[in-house]
Structure formats: C-alpha cells, structure tokens
Write a protein that binds this ligand. Structure first.
Ligand code: AMP
Length: 125
C-alpha cells in the first residue's frame, strides 16, 4: 500500500524498527547520519537502501525539516555507499519515492541505489 507523505511520522514503520535494532538488516554502512542495507526484495543485481538516522517520512519532509548537517551527512553517505561498492565507474541509479503516486511503501525516507547491470533509460512506468 502506498503511503501518504503528508502524514506525520509513524515510528512503528519497518525502517524505524531496523534503526532501533528490533529487526535485522544486511548493513553495508552506518554512521551518525545514515544507515545503508541491502533491499530485502532486490530489483537489480545490487539494490541498497540508504536511510537517514532521523525521523523523516519522505524526501519532502527531510528537505523541509532536516538540519543542514543532517542533509549534508545523508547526501555524503549516499555517495560514500556507492563509492564503497565500486559503482562510480560502472554507474548506478538513485531513486527516492515520495508519496502516493510514486508508490512509496515505507514511511521513512529511503534512497534506493540500483546497480550491477545496464539499467536502461529512465522510465516512469
Ligand atoms: P518504496 O516502495 O520506495 O517505499 O521501497 C520500499 C523498499 O523497502 C522495497 O524495495 C522493499 O523491498 C524494501 N523493504 C521492505 N522491508 C524491508 C526490510 N525489512 N529490509 C530491507 N528492505 C526492505
């Protein structure tokens, strides 16, 4: 079910539970601002999710309310995760679904990193 990104943060969501250590994840990166782990249902040979440590519903919420330090830390973490995975030379795709029409399912901001094959042209289908 897609979520309404205008709703308040619900700290029972799956990624909040991963951040609290209540659910396991295949973690690849962890710092003050971000956690990155493998997607449980990969859509590409490499599919990693990067989430901020703070409680933000979506890209909209994060870009409006997060501090400059949180935004800088999170954006740098996304880049570092891709770099650590050796993805700069072959290339990768970032995606942040936001709200109903995008079919965002988990109401905690996450950036998808897709890589590991030729991903083709960007299609909004
Ligand atoms: P979105 O549709 O952009 O909200 O993406 C949510 C993503 O979270 C999907 O790609 C799911 O496969 C992934 N996902 C859901 N639960 C877990 C989990 N426990 N661990 C890792 N990835 C998950």
């Amino acid at each position: 079910m897609p979520i309404d990104a205008t709703q308040p943060y619900d700290d029972s969501n799956i990624f909040a539970r991963i951040l609290r250590g209540e659910l396991p994840s295949k973690t690849v990166y962890d710092d003050e601002f971000a956690l990155a782990f493998h997607d449980i249902n990969p859509q590409a040979p490499l599919h990693i999710l990067v989430i901020p440590k703070g409680a933000y519903v979506s890209w909209d919420d994060f870009s409006a309310r997060a501090s400059d330090a949180e935004i800088a830390g999170f954006v740098r973490a996304v880049g570092q995760v891709a770099r650590d995975a050796g993805l700069v030379e072959p290339g990768y795709r970032l995606l942040a679904n936001t709200g109903l029409d995008s079919h965002q399912e988990v109401p905690h901001l996450h950036v998808h990193i897709f890589a590991g094959r030729k991903l083709g042209p960007m299609l909004a289908r």
